[in-house]
Design a protein around this ligand. Sequence first.
Ligand code: PEP
Length: 251
Amino acid sequence: MSRQLIVAGNWKMNTTLKEGEKLANAIVKKSKANDPLVIMAAPFTHLQSIGAIVKDAKGVEVAAQNCSNELSGAYTGEVSVGMLKSVGVKYVILGHSERRQYFKEGNALLAKKTNTVLGNGLLPIFCCGEPLSVRKAGNHARHVSKQLREGLFHLSKKDFEKVVVAYEPIWAIGTGVTASPEQAQEMHDKIRKMIARKYGDKIADATTILYGGSVKPANAKEIFSQPDVDGGLVGGASLKATDFSQIIKAR
Ligand code: PEP
């Protein structure tokens, strides 16, 4: 059991299908065997097509940016884990701050979504992170601890081992302000210790913890080389194949 280095791109609500296919093809073309695992979190409408593009590419996977906590039925507009699996999706981002903020997804719902994802053979990338006001008040560790306790820590050891955690301070997402490498390392270390207290050192040490928040080619190397940072969740810079590729190769 060891940590897996991952660089995941969160495309959010960007790209037409054609643009998305072009981007995915360019990323696949640039990817090399010794790169970290590359994950592209594309919009729902693109997943089948991008799933086919990455199907034979080693070390490249496709993710959804969200899913329903329900398995099927009268939930207009929702997308189920079964639907995602049927088009080749392996990972699902859960609890992104934009889902928490704009769609009012709370820890209780995210705990249910985590169960649904894991219970149906998919892997969650579980996001946590504090807003600026919480950071300024010095309560960021407490805030993240609550998100983890209420959203993830009900899981068995066996299930928790499959989770990827992404620490994304909200004040750094899409703002151009990056957490300093020291700030990122400090929180990643704290998160690993929270996991260790709940699941033990061995599992904590093997958990992949990604950093997210204005990662760019210019800052990726310094952030990713911190001992408890195991790669990144990248928004804006994942939409340009050359930038994303440089970030993938940064460490
Ligand atoms: C994100 O949306 O997860 C993110 C980190 O965005 P950005 O890299 O644009 O800050």
